[in-house]
Design a binder for this molecule. Structure first.
Ligand code: SAH
Length: 258
């Protein structure tokens, strides 16, 4: 493959929630054949280790307010490298089209006329749910699951609270650790029961995974007491209570499991 130099191309690749064995086969194959990789902070060292030694590895950052490279510069760099004929991988945690700015990058590539492909990945909510044994939907408990970003803007979150506060649904919150107290207070204010089971999972699917289980009323204080740090995924809904039955070995009541 290495000698076969066609025109350059960009693959926007989702690398899943962290652990390399949750990569897709397609992503693993692309990693082994890349010339250059632009990666976010969420892409684990174990996954970067799959790149050829000769591949150029560029950290473009993107952890809360510590942007290593502005988005426009990332777009320009991808375009420039592809135009020079490189096989460029844009590696993103989880899935590129879920809270990963994959849409913006695809727009920039399309506008520049650079060929690109999107390789889906296991998004954090799906990986965390499996790892924590919390089904996202369940016939008796949750008919839908909503993925939202809990990023704080000016100390608050601009979300559709009446929708999220409805019972019989699961809410998966990305980037919600800082805003957890606001999130829970708003849900209660809009009618979600304070007793609704809720979980927060740090570094889900990795050996460093930590899980804190509580309720909408108790989770903010529990997460704080446990000293959790990003990346964390929050799951809210009656399905969280199923974990007890599905994890007979875990101390599944209100607790921290490291
Ligand atoms: N595109 C990614 C999300 C990027 S936003 C995806 O599809 O998963 C970054 C957020 O994803 C983090 O702040 C956190 O909320 C979540 N996240 C990513 N990996 C995670 C993990 N292993 N455990 C818990 N949350 C994770």
């Amino acid at each position: 493959m290495t000698g076969d130099r066609g025109p350059g191309k960009v693959h926007l690749v989702g690398t899943g929630p962290g652990t390399p064995d949750l990569l897709t086969v397609r992503a693993a194959k692309l990693l082994r054949n890349a010339d250059v990789a632009l990666y976010d902070s969420l892409v684990s060292p174990e996954i970067l280790a799959l790149l050829p030694e000769t591949a150029r590895k560029i950290h473009v950052g993107k952890r809360r307010s510590r942007h290593t490279l502005p988005q426009d510069d990332i777009n320009h760099l991808m375009i420039e490298l592809a135009r020079k004929g490189a096989r460029v991988l844009r590696l993103k945690g989880g899935d590129p089209f879920l809270f990963g700015r994959g849409g913006e990058e695809a727009e920039a590539l399309a506008a520049a006329g650079v060929p690109f492909e999107v390789v889906p990945g296991i998004t954090a909510a799906v990986g965390v749910a499996a790892s924590a044994r919390i089904p996202l939907t369940h016939r008796a408990l949750a008919q839908s699951c909503t993925f939202v970003t809990g990023n704080l803007r000016d100390g608050t979150m601009n979300l559709d609270w009446p929708l999220l506060a409805r019972a019989r649904q699961t809410v998966a919150v990305y980037m919600g650790l800082m805003g957890l107290p606001v999130l829970c207070a708003k849900l209660i204010e809009h009618g979600r029961s304070p007793d609704t089971p809720a979980a927060i999972v740090q570094q889900g699917t990795t050996p460093q995974e930590r899980i804190v289980i509580g309720s909408v009323a108790t989770l903010p204080a529990m997460a704080e007491a446990a000293g959790l740090r990003a990346p964390t995924l929050i799951l809210i809904g009656e399905v969280v209570a199923l974990r007890d039955a599905l994890s007979p070995d875990a101390d599944g009541h209100v607790d921290t499991v490291s």
